[in-house]
Design a protein around this ligand. Sequence first.
Ligand SMILES: NC(=O)c1ccc[n+]([C@@H]2O[C@H](COP(=O)([O-])OP(=O)(O)OC[C@H]3O[C@@H](n4cnc5c(N)ncnc54)[C@H](O)[C@@H]3O)[C@@H](O)[C@H]2O)c1
Ligand SMILES: CC(=O)N[C@@H]1[C@@H](OP(=O)(O)OP(=O)(O)OC[C@H]2O[C@@H](n3ccc(=O)[nH]c3=O)[C@H](O)[C@@H]2O)O[C@H](CO)[C@@H](O)[C@@H]1O
Length: 449
Amino acid sequence: MDVVDLVLSGQQPLAVCGAGYVGLSLAAVYLRHGIKVILADINEEKLRLIESKKYRYIEHTVEEAINTGLDSGRLQLTTSCEEATRKSRITVVTVPIHLDWDTKTINYTPFVNALKDIARGLKKGDLVIIESSVPPGTTEEIAKPVLEETSGLRAEEDFLLAYSPERIYVGRAVKDIEENYPKIVAGIGPRSTEAAAKLYKKIAKKGVLRLPKPRDAEFEKLAEGVYRDVNIALANELAIAAMKLGVDFYAAREAANTAKPYINIHLPGPGVGGACIPIYPYFLANKLLEKHYIPQLMLTARQINEQMPLVIIKLIEQLATTHKIEKKIAKIAILGVAFRGDIDDTRLSPTHDIVALLRARGYNNIWAHDPFVNYDPILNGLGVRLTNNIYDVLDNADIVIIATRHSIYKDIKLSELLKQTGKHSIVIDTVNYIKIDVKYDKIIVLGLR
Ligand SMILES: NC(=O)c1ccc[n+]([C@@H]2O[C@H](COP(=O)([O-])OP(=O)(O)OC[C@H]3O[C@@H](n4cnc5c(N)ncnc54)[C@H](O)[C@@H]3O)[C@@H](O)[C@H]2O)c1
Ligand SMILES: CC(=O)N[C@@H]1[C@@H](OP(=O)(O)OP(=O)(O)OC[C@H]2O[C@@H](n3ccc(=O)[nH]c3=O)[C@H](O)[C@@H]2O)O[C@H](CO)[C@@H](O)[C@@H]1O
């Protein structure tokens, strides 16, 4: 029996290092397949919440599998990736590589720290799979030497090492892993590739796609992200162009997209947030600048997407000036703090930039609503009142901004919204979610004439 058989048969556990959105989803999937899991994270508070079943999950299937795993004893939690690895035969790494947003430099520290911990618990024959999104070359040039130097073992000979990009969309993560996509794997050598492929063949119904080298698989993940970023930038530019030309972007988009799969115009919005899509182009750009190449298209797309909050501010100002809004006293209601619909993640949310720009322009009375987010340190620092009570936020608001595609905002009738504010508020819909059921001249929808 090899290590994969030992893990698949439930005789030996699998360790997941990093209990974030990805780590929790992966742990849930392995548990659902009868595998014993040890989940490790340095965040003690998070583990405490998971253990006491007070953690707020986005996905019911993940919550169910984690809680069942805890009850049955098939899931163990620890603050140490070293301990988790020592007690397991396979370790999956989901600790992120960060980008310092101000300097756009790559920060490998948390990832390398996690690898050092793993290396201290590594045994002969073990398999390590990296699933974090990483700059191309990371598995071979950073992970392999760190694991080898700290453990004293040799990759591919004494232990196995593979990269496998994680492609989940939070909210439907379990389905993505189990049913929607083939799992891409690339080992440091053939033994590593085959071991990782054997594990994932049991998990992913769509099977396994082997790539020649880890850097190919690392690049593939970033390419998916950049593809999305560039296409969103195009949608944003087309939406702005449509408004300037008196065109209904959404009607034109729907018609254009009937030529699928050749045409798939994305959706415009207040910007591109999250800890993935905005970051991946810079992972690539950093590596390419080392090779004296400037990836102009991806950097231009970034510029367009990062300017979207300013575009939204200009739309607000257009109506605020006409309707003589007094900045110091006007109440602003922002609907949506999460970076996209129906999740609680606020990392690099465009709402942060919109609020910062409003504050810089002298707006002092800003309220925000989100059905999933209870607290946000950035909004707190900007003096925003954040609450789950939409009525409090809308009450008496002079300006309403819809900033996130949360399902509960979809198809809100304009007449209802104005009833809630109790006045002829300015409305800026950045996501085309409002149903305009009354004639009204104080609303702008991004992309509509
Ligand atoms: N969230 C997504 O939608 C998504 C989808 C696909 C891929 N990814 C990629 O997967 C990776 C993880 O993303 P995420 O959203 O789960 O991140 P996350 O920030 O939610 O979770 C990361 C976890 O790692 C923990 N951690 C940090 N240092 C550690 C250490 N030394 N030892 C143990 N734990 C440590 C943190 O406490 C945190 O809980 C990233 O590389 C990301 O780009 C994310
Ligand atoms: C291709 C894809 O699905 N990739 C996913 C993506 O997941 P995500 O959670 O980051 O979500 P996205 O939907 O990509 O949104 C990002 C931002 O772009 C805005 N947006 C989106 C679509 C659009 O047409 N117009 C927009 O403006 C949106 O509001 C938000 O701010 O990255 C994960 C990690 O790599 C992947 O694993 C995961 O598969």
